[in-house]
Design a protein around this ligand. Structure first.
Ligand SMILES: C[S@@+](CC[C@H](N)C(=O)[O-])C[C@H]1O[C@@H](n2cnc3c(N)ncnc32)[C@H](O)[C@@H]1O
Length: 331
């Protein structure tokens, strides 16, 4: 465990990443392959230049004096960079993890997809928030990683959970590209959030009560052939499924195509639902059967749930029974 103390706070880092890193018999970490030359549109040289322009001494926490560097311990000093990747949950601040607010408050700057800036400002009035456009996720991650590596204290926000189709993977990948080995600057903290599948499921009852799958229908980073193969496996495995990114203007037929695959494996009366804007203003729930699911109703604010053979509808609730129970029930 690594503990880092500053005048104002003590952060405790559980040995999550370190614990998973393999070591050689003599206890030393193995040499990792050298990082590739470029991340998206940001070459490593660009990142280094940006990092050099970024003056860590300017990173004085709001109103607080710069502290003298503490002795280096475990490869980190108290003034080392920090990267917090914070989940904002589904939208309503009532569903925000308690750790999110202080983790953001410890940052000098918060990097956010533009529509989330208001959410951050509402949580912490006055905190500097940098809006970034949609589609620049890898660049956003590379920028945050470069600043944190140069000694800055940076927070990046993600809707829902940052580890589920969010910024956590991209940020760690960007750090890796910069040669970070998980032991040196910056310290990294990931604050979980309620992911859309669980927010939507809570509105429906317990459709994901036993084994279930999550799948994104976006083929921006994953080829459609692979998405379809995964849908086939989910269908064959009789798993309830939460579908993220079901349909957008650029991909108007994604959900329809996914349903065609699942319908080959499922009874047409299988309970299904569209949950729009779960746990935030404008929330709307539509429960239907698989055959009657209207794909055109889905948008990028919708989470689609398709039950499995043991999912039942109880009025406005869905529940997925344990497979054994459903066999006992004779259906
Ligand atoms: C890029 S993914 C981000 C997922 C996010 N990191 C999470 O853990 O929920 C965006 C997709 O998540 C789903 N989503 C996110 N928030 C939602 C909400 N409050 N209600 C319904 N769906 C949501 C939608 O399918 C949307 O297209």
């Amino acid at each position: 465990m690594v503990t880092s103390s500053t005048a104002s706070s003590t952060l405790t880092f559980l040995p999550c990443l370190d614990a998973r890193l393999p070591t050689l018999p003599d206890g030393t970490p193995p040499a990792y392959p050298p990082p590739p030359a470029a991340v998206g549109d940001f070459s490593v040289r660009d990142q280094a230049a940006r990092a050099a322009r970024y003056d860590p001494l300017a990173l004085v926490k709001r109103g607080k004096p710069v502290e003298a560097p503490a002795p280096v311990r475990d490869g980190m000093s108290a003034t080392s960079g920090r990267l917090a990747i914070v989940g904002l949950g589904p939208g309503d601040p009532a569903y925000l993890c308690e750790r999110a607010r202080p983790a953001l408050a410890e940052a000098e700057v918060v990097i956010a997809y533009a529509p989330y800036c208001d959410r951050v400002s509402a949580l912490l009035p006055g905190i500097p928030v940098e809006p970034w456009p949609i589609g620049a996720e890898a660049e956003r991650a590379a920028d945050a990683a470069a600043r944190a590596r140069a000694g800055g204290s940076v927070a990046v926000v993600s809707s829902g959970d940052p580890g589920v189709y969010g910024m956590a993977g991209l940020c760690l990948e960007a750090l890796y590209e910069l040669g970070w080995d998980g032991r040196s600057d910056p310290e990294v903290e990931i604050v979980p959030g309620v992911t859309a599948a669980l927010a939507a499921a809570s509105r429906l009852g317990a459709p994901l009560a036993v084994d279930f799958a999550c799948l994104s229908l976006s083929d921006l980073l994953v080829p459609w052939e692979l998405i379809e193969r995964r849908l086939e496996a989910i269908g064959a495995g009789d798993l309830a499924v939460a579908l993220y990114n079901p349909r957008s203007r650029a991909r108007p037929h994604a959900l329809e195509r996914a349903l065609a695959v699942l319908r080959r494996h499922r009874d047409p009366t299988t309970p299904a639902a569209l949950v729009h804007d779960a746990c935030r203003p404008g929330e709307r729930v539509e429960i239907c059967e698989l055959d009657g699911l209207r794909a055109e109703e889905a948008s990028m604010d919708t989470l689609v749930v398709i039950g499995c053979s043991s999912t039942r509808r109880l009025g406005r609730h869905l529940v997925t029974l344990r497979p054994r129970r459903s066999r006992e029930g004779g259906s």
